[in-house]
Design a protein around this ligand. Structure first.
Ligand SMILES: Cc1ncc(COP(=O)(O)O)c(C=O)c1O
Length: 462
């Protein structure tokens, strides 16, 4: 074992690996550099980043403008308590207000998506008291703390429940998941039952304060809802006096082609949360944005929330720089052009691999859902397998791609294709060539059928 390998092993012995059994945290890969859409390990091996790290490095690595803004702030005023204000704060709010959907205008800054959602939860419970129940959906991830994990649908919540790390008052609504409709219906004759059932839930539950949803489901499937879903959900919330929280932590910042995914449906939520892309991951930001109506509630109430690092100047300094970089990029037309190419290439890839049941997504945000059998949609792995000792088929594909120099994240049932917005058509082609080879590993375990590939997000146009 080399000296570097020994040091990595020692490090792993003294640090907790995130979201994994610790016997799988023995020899993490040491990354020494990253630039553009590439990262490099200690042996200078190059990996293309086809998932923007954790779907956050939207501008790619080593963006000069964002790095310089942070350095400048570090030299000027790296920290001041949140009870004061700073030019960094003024500039960040001004920049954000140029892109926020109309009606969202009051900001709270923290340092992660989890905290952005935690703040939203506390706000709605204060505003809507004595109503306190939060509705979420099974296919969701909203954060790692006790509250945000309780209103997360995926396996991580199930583990947290076993450890009694949960809050009360959370209920789960059906997913707008057309490939595997929970009501076994088909769009458009389904009547958007997934949204209508929320109305039934609210009336039958009682005491509901809010519903939290990812506009396009992130980790748990890149699920694009049918066009009627969000207008209907907004209507149901209004009729029942329930607040709508839209979690744009992963979908925000042009990941889906618009600054915020909810803009595809012309719906304004009561609260929008964001993180990741708002600094393009150059600094850890979380932002909770509300309407004036919610702000008015707090006018004569204590806003019972805060952190030492709320409104941290280093974090805030990255925001205007990132906003300007996004604006430049979007004006150039580059991401729009490449996302069309990406979509066509992914559909082509899907046609050629029996292991791909559904190709769905929007913008730079796609899922390849792997199945054993296209006809029955039998999955290779299910939710419960995620933290078991089973070797997931998606992980085998991702590991093979990594060997070939392509970093692409895998969830238990899907591959997560979410490259930085700066990726070029030629780079997409290179990534697809690698995936094309790696997916044959899963093809070997499939049953041959004549059923064509599903493209369950085809109702989307951007
Ligand atoms: C939709 C969504 N909400 C919240 C979070 C939590 O954000 P963070 O990891 O910054 O706490 C994530 C993280 O992946 C996410 O995808």
């Amino acid at each position: 074992m080399s000296r570097v390998e020994q040091k990595i092993k020692d490090l792993a012995r003294h640090t907790y690996g995130t979201w994994r059994r610790q016997d799988l945290w023995k020899q993490p890969l040491l990354i020494e550099d990253a630039e553009g859409i590439y990262m490099y390990d200690a042996n200078s091996k190059r990996y293309m980043d086809f998932s923007s790290q954790l779907m956050c490095s939207n501008l790619g690595h080593k963006n000069k403008a964002v790095m310089e803004a942070i350095v400048k702030q570090a030299e000027k005023l790296p920290y001041i308590a949140p009870g004061f204000t700073t030019q960094a704060s003024i500039d960040a709010v001004e920049a954000l207000r140029t892109v926020m959907p109309k009606g969202l205008e009051m900001f709270f800054f923290s340092t992660s998506g989890t905290e952005a959602n935690e703040a939203a939860l506390k706000m709605v419970r204060q505003c809507k008291a004595p109503n306190y129940k939060i509705l979420s959906r099974y296919r969701s991830y909203h954060g790692a703390t006790v509250a945000s994990l309780t209103f997360t649908g995926d396996t991580r919540r199930i583990l947290a429940e076993r450890a009694r790390c949960t809050i009360d008052g959370v209920r789960f609504a059906p997913d707008a998941y057309c490939y595997r409709c929970p009501f076994n219906l088909k769009h458009p004759t389904c009547g958007i039952q997934c949204a209508r059932y929320v109305d039934y839930m609210i009336r039958e539950e009682g005491n509901v304060a809010a519903i939290i949803v990812e506009p396009v489901v992130g980790t748990n499937g890149r699920i694009v809802p049918p066009p009627e879903y969000f207008p209907l959900l907004r209507e149901i919330c209004d009729e029942n006096d329930v607040l709508l929280i839209v979690d744009e932590v992963m979908t925000g910042w042009y990941r889906t082609g618009k600054a915020f995914a909810i803009e595809h449906w012309n719906v304004t939520p009561d609260i929008l949360t964001m993180a990741k892309g708002c600094t393009a991951a150059y600094a850890p930001a979380g932002v909770t944005v509300t309407t004036r109506a919610i702000a008015d509630f707090f006018e004569e109430e204590t806003f019972d929330h805060g952190h030492t690092y709320a409104y941290h100047p280093l974090v805030l300094s990255a925001i205007p720089a990132a906003v300007a970089e996004y604006e430049k990029l979007v004006k150039s037309g580059h991401p729009q052009r490449v996302s069309d190419h990406l979509k066509n290439k992914l559909f082509e890839l899907g046609e050629g691999h029996p292991c791909i049941g559904d190709v769905r997504g929007i913008g730079h945000f796609w899922a390849l859902e792997l199945v054993k059998n296209r006809e029955t949609k039998e999955p290779f792995n299910v939710k419960a397998d995620k933290f078991s000792r089973k070797i997931l088929v998606t992980n085998k594909v991702a590991a093979d791609a990594m060997d070939q120099g392509l970093y692409v994240l895998a969830w238990y049932d899907t591959m997560i294709v979410a490259p930085p917005l700066i990726i070029t058509e030629a780079e997409v082609d290179e990534a697809i060539r690698i995936l094309d080879k790696s997916l044959t590993i899963a093809d070997e375990e499939t049953v041959t059928t004549d059923v064509p590939l599903s493209k369950s997000s085809e109702f989307v146009t951007i």
